[in-house]
Design a protein around this ligand. Structure first.
Ligand code: PEP
Ligand code: MN
Length: 306
């Protein structure tokens, strides 16, 4: 195993809490639920999503505006117009927003509009992108590569950390296997392992892992039960009409019901679901919360391997 100087746990119980806003953090006692469509499709769509989800224990919105599609002929996302829509619902509903960054050239633009920059599976080992994200002062949600080992995943996070950004959130989203019944195989073993070997927050995306909406709810609960710090889930006002990933999208009602049902699971494992505080929960500038052991690890070579 390689030496993950910054990502590896230095002490048994060291954890990093990443601040998404002044009042929302991931990696602590509270579970964070991020929900929204695969892609931002229109202003009306995001208004409907935000108006509904803001009334449930859901603390942040997602929506892709630069989409990594298998086919170059498929919808590629709304681009900057989509970012403006995200910004509008963000300030109107006081919910932080997460969106995917696919290229170095998009970082500056995206960082002006959103709270968390997501690196998609297909870019987990885009090392130049990871290095560039090391120099921003916003959290990075790093998704596990389609067929990445746990070690490769941790070392991808190490790229961002070692280039100066300590605000990394890991996301398990399923890995490729032989069975096509589910889109991917949700590796909850990796969640437990990552919580043991790294100090970083770990969240789970059951939507891309399962690929079928009827399987998202049980696996979302299982993720919280096995120690995940949060979830990122796709939902849509009219799921079957989603431009991308329609088969896995929950209805907004199902999403809200799921968020409520997670409270019991969180309690069972000694966690809570973050309570939305409404006005004031989004900052204009997101503060940096340096990991407890970051300064030390930055300057020392510890004999820690994963
Ligand atoms: C997404 O979040 O919409 C996405 C494309 O996810 P992944 O990179 O995990 O496939
Ligand atoms: Mn998607």
């Amino acid at each position: 195993m390689m030496n993950a100087k910054l990502a590896a746990k230095s002490e048994l119980n060291s954890t990093t809490i990443v601040n998404i806003s002044h009042t929302l953090a991931v990696g602590g006692e509270e579970i964070v639920v991020i929900a929204g469509p695969c892609a931002v499709e229109s202003r009306e769509q995001m208004q409907t999503v935000a108006a509904k989800l803001s009334t449930a224990p859901i603390q942040a919105l997602r929506g892709g505006v630069f989409k990594p599609r298998t086919s170059p002929y498929a919808f590629q996302g709304m681009g900057e117009e989509g970012l403006r829509i995200l910004q509008e619902v963000r300030s109107q509903y006081h919910l932080p927003v997460v969106t995917e960054v696919m290229a170095i050239s998009q970082i500056e633009l995206i960082a002006q509009y959103v709270d968390v920059l997501q690196v998609g599976s297909r870019n987990m080992q885009n090392f130049d992108l990871l290095k560039a994200l090391g120099s921003i002062d916003k959290p990075v949600l790093l998704k596990r590569g389609l067929a990445a080992t746990i070690e490769e995943f941790v070392m991808a996070a190490e790229y961002i950390l070692s280039h100066g950004n300590p605000q990394v959130i890991l996301c398990e989203r399923g890995i490729r296997s032989f069975d096509t019944y589910t889109r991917n195989v949700l590796d909850l073993g990796a969640v437990a392992a990552l919580k043991q070997i790294t100090h970083l927050p770990v969240i789970v995306d059951p939507s891309h892992a399962l690929g079928k909406r009827e399987l998202v709810v049980p696996l979302a609960k299982a993720a919280i039960a096995c120690g995940a710090d949060g979830l990122i889930i796709e939902c849509h006002p009219e799921p079957e009409k989603s431009i991308s990933d329609a088969r896995q999208a929950l209805s907004l009602e199902a999403m809200m019901e799921l968020a409520h049902s997670l409270e019991a699971v969180a309690t069972a494992v000694g966690r809570k679901i973050h309570k939305n505080t409404g006005v004031g929960s989004v900052n204009e500038s997101t503060p940096i919360d340096w990991p407890k052991n970051y300064g030390m690890l930055k300057n020392e070579t510890l004999p820690i391997t994963i």
